[in-house]
Design a protein around this ligand. Structure first.
Ligand SMILES: [Zn+2]
Ligand SMILES: [Zn+2]
Ligand SMILES: [Zn+2]
Length: 762
């Protein structure tokens, strides 16, 4: 009945308060038995509170109530210890970090409370968990709170079963708990009396602050003026990538963004993710927070000191972006923050509680009415994904290269690590390794039976898999990137083992079975096999990876198939010259590369096609962050109407394989851009690509008698494309599945890798 043991003291409290006698028994299999005796009206009241006032993290799958005649068996109410052995002996429940609860928030601002304005206020149902736990069981001496011995008053609350803080491992107060200080760049303390008050003032004055918080460090500054935002962009060397912001409450969020019911539920949940919201017509914050995008990432405060900060700043919202240098993991110690962020922040808000596990904020975007993780981390990790079967082997997964998470799969659970980031340097690789080892410790795995990784031979994560496999003398299984995408979709929908699906996987690039970069794929398969039955037309990438950074090169490559070199040259000069860093000289080099067929790797990536459309329409010529050209294309397309421009798509058959012609899409975009407004062309182009993919998928499903079509990959964050695909699938009375529990992008790849391997894929 209960998901977390913390609920047992809650049951005890509400029973005793209503003068009920009896007991509560944690049965060790996830269910709880409660027997109470007392006045009928008190029992009814007890049930009411049990159902409606439960701790936010508790989930009931069912509550079965049976009334019996009064027997007078009990004189007190007791918490009984379970005699049975836990069925799932190896796996205990490990809670994620939980946002400050209502009661604690009330106490925080109550001048008569002894924790009045105490930034680290928490109780038995709220506060950090995952980020401060270094081992299980979850007791105070296994968390970084062990550094703060309880004062007599806290000890009394901790021992009192009727107190809200009974057995609250994170209990603390101004006398015995962690403390905050405000420092300058040199670590000199400038305020230890009211550091948050001064911090709020400094933000109002336009300074940039580093705030060491719960699972890492944020960089904060004001949002109502361009200057501080632009300064931050310069110092972080991050010209375009959006920053997340924090606003004090949902009403303030509504003053600059549109908030749907689903989005509101996400924002206010105890998990407190960042939610990408549509900017409203009244949007009044700096455009430089998320330049060129129609969305802005917003979260609500999740700890006492966040709420205090908003008490002291006049800003309606504050930028809260991860405190790291480009490509590096976030700083988590005071020393590290001071050292690595000294050229970014003017002041440092620090504290003396250790952060054991770094954990970035989670990021979600609601697409076609369903939440899609861009990043599954704080508030969700380490909750496992439950599999529809039990694995006989323990599998470790190291993920791909970008937006990596690792995974540990055992029995019927897959535990994903927190968001690691792009594993391109040793610092992030080390972070991945540590996080995997920590997850193994929490799940009591000493050594896995097998390791899964990406098929790409050069990824650092592939190298890590090999090293660990040698060390443990176990096998490595390489799982094709887009197949891993498909399997993570199968598993989160608990698709039966004997049911095949058709899956569209559209993203940037992943290493294909033929060694070429794939990325616009249609597979048929299940958990342990797949067949490539369709894909986008292979397109040349002049200059290889440079074509991903500068999408005008993709335009050149694609259109070179149908235009003469002279025509192509003219069009590129007219439409895309900004996309060639050194202007005409570079353009000429690219054209000669194309005509001599030098360095022209071919890719079926959907991302590269969207990038090319973005460049051809003059929307984005340089990718300064992953997905940028396609994201900015989508933002322009939201203003357009696809029926107002004519972009068509054709599908060819090559043997048994469907190939979606993308050259004609680009050619139509070129023609239409002469007549129609670019937002209409953008919308029509996205729709054409979606229709090409889904038509091929439907054909394959019909041929194979398959009932389910799935959609995964980074392109699945695109709302218009997702909607088009879903609607087409439903027109044919087939079932459409997309991600809700795992990121559509690469953040969930490790789950796909481990599940496929557990199911025997080789
Ligand atoms: Zn609380
Ligand atoms: Zn205390
Ligand atoms: Zn991918």
């Amino acid at each position: 009945m209960f998901k977390e043991l913390v609920s047992v003291p809650f049951v005890y409290r509400i029973a005793v308060k209503r003068a009920l006698t009896g007991y509560v028994l944690n049965q060790g299999d996830g269910s709880v038995k409660i027997v109470v005796e007392g006045e009928k009206k008190n029992i009814d009241d007890f049930l009411e509170v049990l159902k409606n006032d439960k701790p936010p993290i508790s989930k009931y799958t069912s509550i079965n109530v049976k009334f019996m005649n009064y027997r007078g068996e009990f004189s007190t109410f007791k918490i009984k210890k379970s005699k049975k052995k836990t069925k799932k002996s190896g796996i205990s429940y490990i809670p994620p970090d939980i946002a400050i609860c209502k009661e604690c928030l009330h106490e925080l601002f109550d001048p008569n409370d002894r924790r009045y304005l105490y930034p680290f206020i928490a109780c038995s149902i709220c506060g950090p968990r995952f980020t401060i736990i270094f081992d299980l069981p979850y007791d105070r001496d296994k968390t970084t709170m062990v550094d703060f011995p309880l004062c007599p008053e806290c000890a009394r609350e901790y021992e009192d079963p009727l107190d809200r803080r009974f057995h609250a491992q994170v209990i603390a107060c101004p006398v015995c708990g962690p403390k905050m200080v405000l420092c300058d760049k040199n670590g000199e303390v400038i305020d230890d009396e009211e550091p948050l008050k001064t911090a709020g003032k400094l933000i109002d004055e336009g300074y940039i602050l580093a705030i060491r918080g719960i699972g890492g460090t944020h960089i904060a500054t004001k949002t109502t003026e361009d200057d501080p935002v632009l300064t931050l962009r310069e110092r972080r060397r991050r010209p375009w990538q959006p920053f997340a912001i924090m606003a004090p409450d949902i009403n303030v969020v509504r003053s600059f963004a549109e908030v749907s019911k689903v989005e509101e539920e996400l924002l206010t949940s105890f998990r407190r993710p960042i939610v990408a919201l549509k900017k409203s017509d009244e949007y009044y914050l700096s455009e430089w927070i998320s330049p060129g995008l129609h969305t802005i990432g917003v979260m609500l405060p999740y700890s006492g000191f966040h709420y205090m900060l908003f008490r002291y700043t006049k800003e309606p919202a504050v930028i809260m972006t991860s405190g790291n240098l480009p490509r590096e993991p976030m700083a988590i110690t005071n020393e590290d923050a001071l050292k690595r962020l000294r050229n970014i922040a003017d002041y440092f808000l620090l504290h003396n509680r250790r952060i054991y596990q770094r954990c970035d904020d989670s990021v979600i975007r609601v697409v076609d009415g369903l939440p899609k993780f861009l990043r599954r981390s704080r508030g969700y990790v380490p909750e496992p994904i439950i599999l529809p079967f039990k694995s006989s082997v323990v599998v470790l997964g190291t993920g791909p290269e970008l937006r990596v998470t690792g995974a540990v799969l055992l029995e019927d659970r897959c535990f994903l690590t927190q968001h690691i980031g792009d594993v391109e340097i040793l610092e992030t690789l080390e972070f991945l390794k540590e996080s995997l080892f920590h997850m193994m410790k929490l799940t009591r795995v000493k050594k896995p039976d097998i390791i899964a990784c990406d098929l790409h031979p050069l990824f650092l994560t592939t190298r890590l898999a090999k090293e660990l496999a040698e060390q443990w003398n176990i096998d490595v299984v390489k799982v094709q990137h887009h197949f891993a995408h498909m399997v993570k979709l199968l598993v989160e929908h608990k698709i039966p083992l004997d049911e095949n699906i058709v899956c569209i996987v559209a993203d940037g690039v992943g290493y294909g079975l033929d060694g070429k970069p794939w990325g616009g794929e249609i597979f048929v398969g299940s958990y342990n096999w797949f067949e490539r039955r369709g894909h986008l037309e292979p397109q040349p990438m002049p200059g290889g990876d440079l074509a991903a950074k500068y999408p005008a090169r993709m335009v050149a490559g694609i259109l070179s198939k149908v235009l003469s070199m002279e025509e192509l040259r003219e069009i590129l000069l007219d439409k895309c010259i900004k996309g060639f860093k050194k202007g005409e000289i570079e353009l000429n080099i690219v054209l000669s590369q194309i005509s001599k067929k030098i360095n022209l790797t071919e890719t079926t990536s959907a991302g590269r096609v969207l990038d090319a459309i973005s460049a051809l329409l003059g929307i984005c010529f340089e990718r300064t962050y992953e997905g940028e050209p396609a994201m900015r294309l989508e933002s322009i397309a939201t203003l357009g109407d696809p029926s107002k421009a004519k972009v068509t798509v054709s599908i060819e058959q090559d043997g048994g394989t469907y190939v979606i012609n993308t050259t004609n899409i680009l050619l139509d975009v070129l023609e239409e851009s002469k007549k129609a407004r670019r937002e209409h062309v953008a919308a029509a182009a996205q729709e054409a690509l979606a229709k090409g993919l889904v038509s091929a998928a439907i054909n394959i499903a019909m041929e194979e008698g398959i009932k389910i079509i799935g959609f995964s990959g980074g392109v699945a964050y695109n709302e218009a494309i997702t909607k088009t695909i879903r609607k087409e699938v439903e027109k044919y009375k087939l079932k459409f599945i997309s991600h809700r529990l795992l990121p559509p992008g690469d953040g969930g790849i490790s789950a796909g890798q481990t599940v496929a391997t557990a199911m025997g894929y080789r």
